[in-house]
Design a protein around this ligand. Structure first.
Ligand SMILES: Nc1ncnc2c1ncn2[C@@H]1O[C@H](COP(=O)(O)OP(=O)(O)OP(=O)(O)O)[C@@H](O)[C@H]1O
Ligand SMILES: [Mg+2]
Length: 331
């Protein structure tokens, strides 16, 4: 596959800046996850790489080559859309084979059949190969649209929330499957998700978009542990990072206005300042919802904790993150 480089990409739609000077390298064989709330510019980034949208300024380079003026077909990228788009009048088999029938590829019929069967197997859709695309559940349609990307051998896979309409079990299975396809075949992926687990477990790198600007890019662990801002800190982690006024705790650094505490970075001790409001037992972990000096805090404790609602505790920060008045991280 190939390295994809975005060089100072900007794009606006009728005066609204969707992407603002985005530069990013998706290294060959990497799995990059784009994070950001709705409207941040994630889909626009994928559409510009695929050639469905032209940037106003900047360049997309794939495998060292500028994509200026090249059509989507000539770019050889495979995109899985946020809203799956299958050919309704075709069967699942024909939908999966469709990308391979492109005149540019000249794939032999036996090869098409072999690839369609293999991908259908991977996505557990073999028993539906002869169904019309309209005669499928939402999750099945989503799998067929992932399959249409996987049958190909593109320079990069672009996937826009591809697992979002699947049930929890299938989603977990496909997460592992996609990650192993990428790890084994050295595929390059640029992937959009709102799912914390997908981002943390699949990504080699995450890119954080804030109103069209790329504010942080790095390995998920680094973004989780060393976020550049409050905004970046809030993009990863479930339950979310607890953000509180810094002056609630003693000996804060100068200029610190906010303190950020990950749920696992709170030690509970003997004391009376924190009140346990609710104990949420999830099986593998237990979450405590606490109130502390007028703030709500969520923390993760061992599953069989003896704490109960109404108990009083002391709250001690471990590895706190500090932020200034603008939300920038203080180091
Ligand atoms: N074709 C278009 N015409 C006008 N505005 C657009 C168009 N496409 C995107 N936008 C705007 O550009 C911004 C970025 O949109 P984009 O679809 O990239 O967001 P996103 O990060 O994918 O969000 P979501 O999580 O909701 O899918 C939004 O403000 C959106 O309204
Ligand atoms: Mg989108």
């Amino acid at each position: 596959m190939a390295e994809v480089v975005l060089q100072s990409i900007s794009k606006s739609f009728s005066g609204h800046q969707a992407l603002d000077d985005v530069s990013m390298t998706v290294a060959d064989g990497s799995f990059v996850v784009l994070l950001g709330p709705t409207g941040a510019g994630k889909t626009t980034t994928l559409r510009i790489i695929s050639g469905l949208e032209e940037p106003e300024s900047g360049d997309v380079r794939i495998g060292g080559r500028s994509m200026k003026g090249l059509s989507p077909a000539e770019r050889n990228v495979a995109m899985v859309f946020q809203q799956y788009s299958l050919y309704p009048h075709l069967t699942v088999r024909e939908n999966l084979a469709f990308p391979l029938r492109s005149p540019l590829l000249k794939t032999p019929a036996a090869e098409i059949e072999r690839k369609v069967a293999a991908v259908a197997e991977t996505l557990r859709i073999s028993h539906k190969l002869d169904n019309k695309a309209t005669a499928l559940s939402g999750g099945e349609m989503q799998r067929v649209s992932i399959g249409r990307a996987l049958v190909r051998n593109p320079q990069i896979y672009l996937m826009d929330e591809p697992l979002s309409s699947l049930d929890a079990k299938l989603r977990a299975d496909l997460r592992v499957e996609l990650k192993s396809i990428q790890a084994n075949s050295g595929a390059t992926l640029l992937y959009v998700t709102h799912d914390q687990v997908e981002a943390m477990t699949m990504a080699t790198h995450v890119g954080v978009l804030d109103h069209g600007r790329l504010v942080q890019f790095g390995p998920p662990r680094e973004v989780y542990e060393q976020p550049v801002s409050l905004y970046a800190a809030a993009r990863l982690g479930q339950p979310r990072i607890n953000i509180m006024p810094a002056d609630l705790f003693p000996s804060m650094p100068a200029r610190a206005v906010h303190i950020g505490l990950r749920p696992e970075h709170i030690r509970l001790g003997q004391g009376e300042e924190g009140l346990v409001n609710r104990v949420e037992r999830l099986g593998d972990q237990t979450r405590l919802h606490l109130s502390f000096r007028g703030q709500s805090i969520v923390t993760v404790v061992e599953p069989h904790t003896a704490l109960r609602s109404g108990d009083l505790v002391k709250i001690e920060p471990i590895a706190p993150l500090y932020f200034d008045a603008d939300g920038a991280r203080l180091i």
